[in-house]
Design a protein around this ligand. Structure first.
Ligand code: HEC
Ligand code: HEC
Length: 270
């Protein structure tokens, strides 16, 4: 067995067109911030909006028509207009929606999801920052449905190389107020005058920049960069398959009562 960190699949990854991958990420991000509150993180519907993933009627709508629905909304219904997104972002969300719709869940998993789960909540420390199915930390993204649209190779790459993969998105910001209070967290929204900072406890702080004595943007991701060296290849496979399994389960639409009637023999007491 040779251990060689230089020959990890970095080359293979570079063949994927960067534009498509960053567009996919952008689409997933927009979906989770703008659409998930009504349609659910996986698009399978919620209290306020229908399933737009498994519904064959929606799958049949053309790309152009969906883009129009996103930017113009559906007048007279609860579907708002997202005109301000602009064509590029509308395309990104559309691509994400198509990826959700096309998701298949048949390929076998390389690692052990159970092993991955104990790493996630145990020595991996992932749950200090990330949440899965309502359990875990608040500071980083909820990973319950993350693996639905991201390939196993990419998940592995994020875990082993967060600085490269996440860009500035996961970088920590340290804000010090005039009266000496310090807030450390992630900038969720920033313009020239203000900053919305989410601290590790998940709390959002709105800060006027004029009230700050100092503002520093760290160049490293808050997500630790040591997993590639601290975790074994098997650990990584386990984590990846755990995230995939979780996302598959997350994706199963709520069973409807009417499906019971066709299987009633199962419940018959005879
Ligand atoms: C405030 C809640 C809400 C938000 C946020 C929302 N939707 Fe909807 N959406 C709805 C409702 C309600 C409908 C059902 C409209 C109807 O009755 O035809 C719908 C329908 C749709 C449809 C199907 C339209 C059809 O003709 O069947 C698509 C596609 C869609 N939404 C995409 C999105 C996308 C993409 C986003 C995020 C950019 C989004 N929605 C955000 C409430 C919402
Ligand atoms: C100290 C906090 C921290 C820890 C510990 C941590 N992460 Fe992260 N992770 C982050 C941040 C911050 C991001 C950037 C996304 C965001 O801003 O929410 C991120 C991003 C990710 C992403 C990409 C998600 C996306 O939205 O693009 C994955 C996948 C991920 N982490 C998996 C893991 C796994 C698996 C572990 C454990 C082996 C782990 N993380 C441990 C903070 C952390």
């Amino acid at each position: 067995m040779t251990l060689c960190c230089v020959c990890l699949p970095a080359n293979a990854q570079q063949k994927t067109p960067a534009a498509t991958r960053s567009q996919q990420r952008e689409g997933a991000q927009i979906f989770s911030t703008l659409c998930a509150s009504c349609h659910g993180l996986d698009g399978h519907g919620g209290e306020r909006a229908p399933d737009i993933v498994a519904n064959p009627e929606v799958q049949k709508i053309s790309d152009a028509q969906i883009a129009k629905i996103i930017s113009q909304g559906v007048p007279g219904t609860g579907m708002p207009s997202f005109r301000s997104l602009g064509p590029g972002k509308v395309q990104a969300v559309l691509a994400h929606l198509r990826a959700l719709q096309g998701q298949t869940s048949s390929s076998p998993l390389a690692g052990s999801p159970a092993g991955g789960r104990s790493l996630f909540f145990g020595k991996g420390g992932c749950s200090e920052c990330h949440m899965v199915n309502g359990v875990g930390g608040f500071i980083a993204s909820d990973l319950s449905a993350y693996a639905r649209t991201i390939s196993p190779a990419e998940i592995r790459e994020v875990i082993t190389n967060p600085n490269k993969y996440l860009g500035a998105r996961g970088n920590e910001v340290v804000a010090t107020t005039q009266d000496g209070q310090t807030f450390t967290g992630i900038a969720r929204n920033e313009d020239n005058f203000s900053l919305q900072l989410q601290t590790r406890d998940g709390v959002f702080h709105f800060v006027e920049k004029s009230s700050l004595r100092d503002l520093q943007h760290r160049t490293e991701s808050l997500m630790p960069s040591y997993y590639g060296s601290r975790l074994t290849s098997q650990d990584l496979d386990d984590l990846v398959s755990y995230l995939i399994e979780v996302s598959r389960k997350h994706a199963i639409p709520q069973a409807k009562n009417n499906t019971e009637s066709s299987h009633r023999a199962d419940d018959d007491l005879d």
